[in-house]
Design a protein around this ligand. Sequence first.
Ligand code: NDP
Length: 473
Amino acid sequence: MQIVNKAFINGVFVTPHGTQQLELENPATGETITRVTLADEVDTKNAIAAANAAFKTYSQSSLQTRQEYLQRIHDVMVAKFDQLVDIINNEYGAPQWFTKFALQDAIRSWLVAKEQLKPETFRYHLKEGAEVILDPVGVAALISPWNISLWFMCVKASTAIAAGCTVVMKPSELSAQQNNAMAEIFKEANLPPGLINVLNGNGEVVGNELTRNPGIHKISFTGSTAVGKLLLKNAADTMKRVTLELGGKSPSIIVEDADLEKAIPFVLQVGLQNSGQACIAGSRILIPESREAEITAALKKGVEAMKVGPATNQESAIGPLVSKRQYERVQDYIKKGIEEGAVLLTGGLGHPDGLEKGNFVKPTVFVKVDNHMTIAQEEIFGPVLSVITYKDDADAIRIANDSIYGLHAYIAGTDTARAKKIAEQLQAGRIAINGFVDEPRAPFGGFKQSGIGREFGKYGLEAFLEPKAVFDI
Ligand code: NDP
């Protein structure tokens, strides 16, 4: 069992003032693998003070200095690639291909941030004589969830420190080993004390302090819409700048002219990615009435061919859910789907055969789903897909947009012009046609209750900057 009993504050590992302990299990086996000591309000205040002290100097640092720090963190991570894969396998249990993809992306984020650092981004002249200067916004709280914690830590922190902010990170404490590994990387990269502080702690304790404390000037939050709303209210008193990346119920539209050989693998990949624990999961599959029988048969065949298993098995396409609590939550949604009259195409309640020990869920597809059912409106965050039929393109667009969320959408179709016409009418922050493109410079974020603001690329960088105009007549 690994003991995680330190907080990373002001460049050193310290024994937290908080004493509450939490035990974490390997999600594939149920074995206890971590005992973590949680930080409290005192630790949080200490981390905020360290970040504020560091901000005085760091906010004035040259772009070259920031580039050196970003490069150093990147290089330490590269050297630890295999060790980080093992930690994620053990603690989170996502399929190997997904873990490696996410880890490579996380490592690359330090270089993507480095590449954003151009003098003209931070200072430029307008034609009429004003000079625009973009200052770092201040100390940023980075609060993130457990569905590959390490990835969120990297994409958020790389952008924040590129902008000249110092940070206090509160990742999910369910990822204590990943959080600790990242803190060790920051230590090894020999950064200025207080530039990056990392706390394992509860949302109600550490998160709450971060959202209310006047020493925090910006919050970058990824998590549920419910917590995002609470955080926005709490942050209002001190007028913090807030970026919220929240939940989703993304549609995958299979257009009538789709080639099913390509469309089915695509919609299943995006629907069941990260074992369904993905804010961008295409969890509502919209199919034309005219091809219902053919498409549902192909979906059933496709899902039943996907292997469920632990990360240690290279063939696993779907892993366990992060915790028993998440397993129960997903079971409740499957029950609700059955009660509300949706029809099980495959999967259902309980564990898959032979996988009774961990938090494995049967990949489940419901058909005859009405878009107003709970399973079509609420985020399930597990391998459960809802198939909904539509009459024509306009009907597909109407159903796709009939959601409180608007994070992502996917379209599978042969006629690209037709697919693009559909895309233009969808209310979603990102729309992928016929494939998943990994472009870290494109804006990422949600319409409606999927969030406020954007991450990635210049949009993400600007979210950590405060523009001021100087007029010199
Ligand atoms: P939560 O919203 O429960 O938690 C997210 C983070 O917020 C955790 O670190 C949590 O700490 C913390 N938190 C909880 N309560 C508070 C509070 N009162 N004040 C401040 N911080 C708090 O989400 P989950 O961890 O369960 O993650 C799943 C959710 O994340 C899903 O809804 C998913 O859609 C969303 N998500 C969104 C993404 C996006 O980019 N749009 C990407 C990935 C996930 P603690 O762990 O202690 O509760």
